[in-house]
Design a protein around this ligand. Structure first.
Ligand code: CP3
Length: 342
């Protein structure tokens, strides 16, 4: 049995057909996902139910035969494990109790306490490691510290991350202490996922694009570098995908600066530019606009082929530039896969 395609691409191998998976591939666009979520009761109950979380992780693998499965969980479970309240408002998104002062940072639980809350997630990983087809790679994940901090400070998603920027401006040392705690928790969380059977881990820095200059270095690049160094020292050879979404020109050199094996590209980056400036350092992942899985048609096929072609001279994992949306047509995913695999 030859090595799994995703692991080969992550080692820098150029493959004739790129391996493929999709961010949010287990999600509301699939009727079988909606049925299992209803069975669980709500989104968080689904995340913390290992049998049902494993079931929704497997659904898109059965339907489409993706080359990777991503653990079903959420980046906001870590703040909950650090002591914040977390709930989801249907149709609106996540809500958390907030952390806006040095005293509130100091009152959070220590990183070592996270496993009390997160152990069901490790059980989901163990089930998946047993049940996935042998050719499918299992990806674990966490939020990158900056993105997780933006939700902890604001208590919700924000268009410009203004509350986190304000905390940073007002008390940079306290904000840095929050980033340090999340960094440590993330190392322990991802380590536990790897011990349970995750073969690759991915760091989602969805709001990296709002950090500029020194702030990008201190709060996007450096925590990512620390997490990757710690994981690779505990688990030699573990591949890491970094997703500094909307980093723009800062995508160039990101893999070298952080030690990431692969950089995931959002769809604001041109594939031709990234092939020249990012792929020269190793594997890239991306970057179809998820909107095209709603609209479909010839544009979907042409754009899928264009991305495959643009990255065909180096290691590439096909993916979207962001998560698939609930409005996407499941048949368009089939059309995308046909355009990739022929
Ligand atoms: O990719 C996957 O399918 C793996 C599981 C996964 C989820 N969220 C499941 C989910 C992953 C990797 C995430 C990451 C995540 N979560 C991010 C980073 C990536 C990104 O999207 O930018 C962020 C910022 C979150 C926080 C979060 N979770 C938000 C803002 C929301 C609400 C927005 C929305 O899409 O509804 C969630 C909910 C969420 N997480 C859903 C899923 C499948 C939808 C929940 C539902 O079923 O109602």
């Amino acid at each position: 049995m030859s090595e799994k395609t995703i692991l080969r691409a992550l080692k820098g191998e150029r493959l004739p057909v790129p391996p493929v998976w999709m961010m949010r591939q287990a999600g509301r666009y699939l009727p079988e996902y909606r049925a299992t979520r209803a069975q669980a009761g709500d989104f968080l109950s689904l995340c913390y139910n290992p049998d049902l979380a494993a079931e929704v992780t497997l659904q898109p693998i059965r339907r489409y035969g993706f080359d990777a499965a991503i653990l079903f969980a959420d980046i906001l479970l870590l703040p909950q494990a650090l002591g914040l309240d977390l709930w989801f408002v249907t149709g609106e998104g996540p809500r958390l109790s907030t952390v806006t002062t040095a005293a509130q940072v100091a009152a959070l639980k220590p990183a070592a306490a996270i496993h009390d809350t997160l152990s069901p997630i490790y059980e989901t990983v163990r089930i998946l490691a047993r049940e996935l087809p042998r050719e499918t790679t299992l990806i674990g994940f966490a939020g990158a510290p900056w993105t997780v901090a933006t939700y902890m400070v604001a208590g919700r998603g924000t268009p410009d991350q203004a509350p986190a920027h304000a905390f940073m401006a007002q008390d940079r040392a306290a904000f840095a202490a929050l980033i340090d705690l999340i960094t440590q928790g993330t190392i322990d969380y991802l380590s536990a996922q790897i011990e349970a059977g995750a073969e690759v881990v991915k760091l989602f820095d969805s709001w990296a694009g709002s950090l500029k200059g020194r702030d990008f270095d201190d709060f996007a690049l450096e925590p990512t570098r620390r997490i990757i160094a710690a994981l690779k020292s505990r688990h030699p050879g573990i591949p890491v995908i970094a997703f500094p979404r909307e980093a723009g020109p800062r995508y160039a050199g990101f893999a070298r600066a952080t030690g990431a094996d692969c950089v995931a590209l959002d769809n604001s980056v041109s594939a031709d530019w990234a092939a020249a400036e990012v792929q020269k350092d190793g594997c890239v992942q991306g970057n179809l606009n998820p909107r095209l899985l709603v609209s479909g048609g010839d544009e979907l096929v042409a754009e899928t082929r264009r991305i495959v072609q643009a990255f065909s001279q180096g290691p590439h994992i096909f993916n979207l530039g962001h998560g698939i949306t609930p409005e996407a047509d499941p048949d368009n995913v089939t059309r995308m896969l046909e355009a990739i695999r022929g």
